[in-house]
Design a protein around this ligand. Structure first.
Ligand SMILES: *Cc1c(COP(=O)(O)O)cnc(C)c1O
Length: 237
């Protein structure tokens, strides 16, 4: 058995246990394999183990990987989960099957135009910032930009809103992490009631270190990298 297969088996057991504890069906939680920094071969092996949804955080990195995937590329869905600069919208719209890190009105408009040019409807999630870490990206849900974006989205037909995404603050501890996930779910419920033309079905929250808490708080998609593929090399400076 390969390391990936072993990791996946262990992960599936932990997901099943978290679902049971939360009284939820396993089928309610979609597993996204976060393949950033790992080579195309790792993605191909994951595909052979029936993983189908992948997350990447850089346009440039996935441009190269996508070429290397060759024939395998159409068999997987890959979403961008990292911050997108609006000048890379065209490339991202071509390259990805979804953008889970939409965080401004300006980016939504650029991305919609770019998706239109490649005759694509692009599934998107709004990445929500729920803490005040200075370095963190994401949309402040109380901002004027958020309000404008929510008003505008129904008129951007190339973008198909599917829900919300968040990353828990680093080192928040169990209670802080849980509070963050609970806040995302509450926001989703509030926005779903207020914006009936928009779809908020997906709650993408939880990573290798905190997915059981996310499942307990209602995650419908968890994003797991290191618990599947192993630890990542140190980030480039
Ligand atoms: C890297 C990353 C993940 C996966 O993190 P792990 O701790 O390796 O599971 C999930 N979400 C986002 C947005 C990421 O950048």
């Amino acid at each position: 058995m390969t390391a990936l297969k072993e990791n996946l088996d262990r992960l599936e057991e932990a997901i099943a246990a978290a679902c049971r504890a939360a009284n939820r069906a396993r089928a309610e939680v979609e597993l996204m394999a976060v393949s950033k920094t790992f080579p195309a071969e790792a993605v191909v092996e994951a595909l052979s183990l029936n993983l189908a949804l992948f997350g990447e955080n850089r346009v440039q990195e996935f441009t190269a990987k996508s070429h290397e995937l060759g024939d395998a590329r159409p068999r997987l869905r890959c979403h961008l989960i990292g911050h997108l600069q609006s000048n890379k919208s065209a490339r991202a719209a071509e390259l990805f099957d979804g953008v889970d890190s939409l965080d401004s009105l300006r980016l939504a408009e650029r991305l919609s135009e770019a998706a239109g040019k490649c005759a694509k409807r692009l599934p998107v999630l709004l990445e929500i910032k729920l803490s005040h870490e200075a370095t963190k990206t994401g949309l402040d849900p109380a901002s004027a930009d958020a309000a404008q974006l929510l008003e505008r989205l129904p008129d951007l037909p190339q973008l198909e809103l599917h829900g919300l995404m968040t990353v828990a603050p680093l080192g928040a501890g169990e209670q802080g992490t849980r509070d963050c996930f609970r806040a995302l779910r509450a926001l989703r419920d509030r926005w779903a009631a207020a914006y009936s033309r928009l779809n908020f079905a997906v709650l993408s929250m939880g990573m290798s270190g905190d997915f059981p808490l996310a499942i307990a708080e209602g995650a419908t998609r968890i994003r797991v990298g290191s618990a599947l593929f192993g630890s990542r090399p140190a980030l480039r400076p």
